[in-house]
Design a protein around this ligand. Structure first.
Ligand SMILES: NC(=O)c1ccc[n+]([C@@H]2O[C@H](COP(=O)([O-])OP(=O)(O)OC[C@H]3O[C@@H](n4cnc5c(N)ncnc54)[C@H](O)[C@@H]3O)[C@@H](O)[C@H]2O)c1
Length: 413
């Protein structure tokens, strides 16, 4: 915790916050528009998000709108200490530092809940799961929550399916202005950044295996292709596999891709997609990493615990010498590489994601009495407004349907 109260780090974090805020125009404008009326006055908000400079803009924004804010990191390894220190210096109750143990991470989540937040904002649903099934969960009075990512939405949908959801949760990930941009272009770019910082090798002309061709996989494939890699996609969904094939990429099962790939990026949100049986057949010297939310996609346990030797050869890059003598290089211990080895998504794309978050929190505050205990989409008007604001910020103008076109659309003869 000492890092959280550190004036030198806080000063550094302030500069990063200012840089991010100046590139998150639509979020900044939304905060400034709402600031006077202080809509969050008297409300405690609990956040469980990767503590990055972009997140600091959302948290400071929530405070400027009148909220009391408590926050922890969305992952034990992804907190940027300078940002946590800056946020703590601004009166935000911070429970986050880089390199936490699983126990410390869990403790931090509980500290956020101890503030008795009325609305939760989560990334991966660790906060929501504790608010539902943790020891002190019964004493909480939560009006609603928002969820940032695909993996988290899948988890809360599983809770809802069992009829155990205790409050409404807005699936922010499912807004078009979120997943079509953040998951695709944000992860695409920041994955290149994370892999480069970890390995600093050429992407070209290596064979790069993208595991999963959803929103994240599509972005990773496109951006790594742009860097000169030959892309191979593995999938389980026939439609996505067909799409990857039509996009010009080789598609094959992992058992085959494992033997020929040079770099691997898992993007599925699924467990055990690169297993021991794949790892032992890989070429000597391959780079393996994950950008799905949880560290369950690559069998990191096998690499880190069952190898002949393991040594960190560069920051966030472990050389694992297998019993068969081959070396496999694992990025960030199999955790979300674009955040562990780099800084996560660029500010512009997070402006869209976090505008969805801020407006969804406001929506819950105003509408919670009529909302059902369900996983619900971001209201369409919020999604459309964010797209309009983003276009305006980039000075892009579009056409409107004419009256004749509207009539044509509504006619059948
Ligand atoms: N790194 C980041 O910053 C970041 C950003 C957004 C989302 N995410 C996370 O990335 C993951 C993927 O998100 P998404 O939005 O692309 O989800 P998605 O549902 O759009 O795509 C996942 C894809 O993986 C495929 N898949 C599932 N099991 C597979 C297997 N065994 N082999 C090959 N493919 C398989 C699915 O068929 C699907 O096409 C989630 O965990 C999400 O939370 C990470």
């Amino acid at each position: 915790m000492s890092k959280v109260k550190n004036p030198k780090l806080a000063k550094k974090g302030k500069l990063s916050y200012e840089w991010a805020r100046s590139h998150m125009q639509i979020l900044d404008q939304t905060i400034n528009r709402l600031k006077k009326s202080k809509p969050f006055k008297g409300v405690t908000l609990g956040f469980c998000l990767h503590i990055t400079k972009e997140t600091s803009v959302l948290l400071i924004g929530a405070k400027e709108l009148g909220a009391k804010v408590a926050a922890c990191g969305g992952n034990p390894l992804t907190t940027q200490d300078d940002i946590a220190a800056f946020l703590a210096s601004q009166g935000i109750h911070m429970y986050a530092w880089a390199g936490q143990s699983a126990k410390e991470y869990d403790w931090c989540i509980q500290q956020v809940l101890n503030h008795k937040p009325q609305i939760l904002t989560d990334d991966g649903s660790d906060l929501n799961i504790k608010a539902h099934f943790g020891k002190k969960s019964k004493s909480l009075k939560i009006l609603g929550a928002t969820e940032e990512t695909t993996a988290g939405v899948n988890r809360i949908k599983a809770v809802a399916k069992q009829g155990k959801l205790r409050y409404p949760i807005i699936a922010v990930n499912d807004a078009q202005t979120k997943h079509m941009f953040d998951n695709r272009y944000g992860t695409g770019q920041s994955t290149v950044d994370g892999y480069l910082r970890a390995m600093n090798l050429m992407f070209a002309p290596k064979k790069l295996v993208v595991v999963g061709y959803g929103w994240v996989g599509k972005g990773v494939a496109e951006r790594c292709h742009g860097m000169g890699s030959k892309i191979i996609v593995t999938e389980v969904d026939p439609v996505k596999a067909l799409e990857a094939h039509m996009d010009g990429f080789d598609v094959m099962p992992m058992a085959q891709a494992a033997k020929i790939g040079d770099i691997f990026v898992t993007c599925t949100g699924m467990t055990s997609v690169i297993r021991k049986e794949h790892l032992i057949t890989m070429k000597d010297g391959v780079i393996v990493g994950n950008v799905g939310h949880f560290d369950v996609e690559v069998d990191a346990n096998f690499l880190l615990k069952k190898s002949k030797s393991v040594k960190e050869v560069r920051p966030n890059l472990d050389e694992c010498v297998l019993k068969n003598g081959k070396k496999i290089y694992l990025i960030g211990k199999g955790r979300i590489a674009n955040l562990v080895a780099a800084e996560g998504h660029p500010a512009e794309v997070m402006a869209q994601s976090f505008s969805n978050q801020l407006l969804s929190i406001l929506y819950i505050l105003k509408n919670h009495k009529k909302m059902k205990k369900k996983v619900i989409p971001v209201p369409k008007e919020i999604d459309v407004q964010i797209a309009k604001d983003a276009l305006k910020a980039m000075d892009v103008k579009i056409d409107k349907l004419t009256r004749e076109q509207v009539a044509y659309m509504n006619s059948w003869n």
